[in-house]
Write a protein that binds this ligand. Sequence first.
Ligand code: ATP
Ligand code: MG
Length: 502
Amino acid sequence: MEETILELKNIVKAFPGVKALNGIDFNLKSGEVHAICGENGAGKSTLMKVVCGVHQPEEGTMSVNGTLVEFHNPMEAYEKGVSIIFQETSLFEEMTVLDNLFLGHEVSKKVGLISVIDYETMRHKANEIFQRLNTEMNLNEQIKNLGVAGKQMVEIAKALTFNANIIIFDEPTACLTQREVTALFQIISNLKKEGFGIVYISHRLEEIFEMCDRVTVIRDGQYISTKAVKNTNKDELVAEMVGRKMGSYYPKTETEIGEEIFRVKGYYDDGFLDNISFHVRKGEILGFAGLAGAGRTELMESVCGFTGHAAGEIHLDGKKIEIRNYKDAKSHGIVYVSEDRGKYGLITEMSIEQNITLPQLKNFANQLSLLDRKKEGEVGAEYIQEIGIKAPNSRFLVKNLSGGNQQKVSVAKALALKPKILILDEPTRGVDVNAKAEIHRIISELTQKGLTIIMVSSELPELIGMCDRIYVMKEGRLVGCFDREEVTQEKILALELESERV
Ligand SMILES: Nc1ncnc2c1ncn2[C@@H]1O[C@H](COP(=O)(O)OP(=O)(O)OP(=O)(O)O)[C@@H](O)[C@H]1O
Ligand SMILES: [Mg+2]
């Protein structure tokens, strides 16, 4: 029954200065979920952009459903049944769900001699598709009012409006809550039963072992291997991705923890954050766990002065301080790395070195108050080296970096400020296992030099591996705190899920 529905042979694709794909083979069968694994910048997204017509390869061949094809744009790929759910969503925020679903392939009908858009048929088709996906959806809702999971559902529905039989998911779970992930896996498993072929890209290796049938590893644009998932294991996969055996995944070093440095007392904000008090000591790594919507990001943004209407006290080094805006926070040495790279993070039209030095340009001026480009370049190069950002040089534009490498730039930018207190919100989202360990190692080393870290993460192993203490948040309140020695995933989950307010 299983037939090969997608076959790539010897795909080559170069960008100026970067050979992104260098002879990749890949095939997909109907009714299978096929994972693609590789480090940040390995070429996973680029390969899939070739498959769906965004990029044209310089060499190689591609067959879809048994016929050789060449796609010049995504519409041609859609028409042959290939759909992709991108790492960054590609929907139009201001338009409705219905308009997005049929954009560029509206159904029309003849009224007399003229042809008009047939909303009734489109509506009918759309409702049928959402029913098949087991999802409630208001077709008139504007995309901007949907959450991440809702947007993703629209993208999946859009694929089905094209009668796709190949669907590609590029890191679909990076921003989803656990419940949303479960729902997505149910949908993927149904699509699989219906005979779809599915390509699945993720840095969460557990998902690959839970969901996928085969896995292909690529490294630096080269094809490495394809295996049945049941015949491999995590260590083997990682070794193939990285090209060597990996050491510890959470390289925490022992650090002397000093006096209390920072304290938040009786904190309220906007009716949501409710009487929050916590403290952190010098050299400590303090974690915040909680389900999406628990208020962790709101708390950090508020403490750093982004929202600017909070009640409560903040103490630094034993003295009460005022933080009215983020500039105040920075002047006290408190730096925030947002979970949303676009929001307070990166200017993607600028280069890596410009992004890193942007918040502290005055430190990069020479005697004539002109920008010292040489110094800027040196600092850029230093961080590329230290955090392992995959780029030809530090002048490379951030928009041309892979997703995980953009994340590394946003961490580098904060580190370069040499803060006292560094607040990291989902610092390793979309980052591969090896780079994750690198970022953890750097964080750990910095605490030895006296830096204090507050870390929000939805990945419990990361929190448990790295933190000295972990607070658990729920519905805008703190509901518990664990020391490193006593904490377990089960204890945190139990607190998060307890339905009663404590
Ligand atoms: N438009 C572009 N111009 C120049 N270089 C690019 C462009 N798009 C991608 N690249 C480069 O191609 C390489 C592969 O990038 P790609 O996005 O495919 O990686 P990836 O495997 O998806 O990584 P991640 O896990 O971080 O998402 C990277 O070195 C990246 O910088
Ligand atoms: Mg990618």
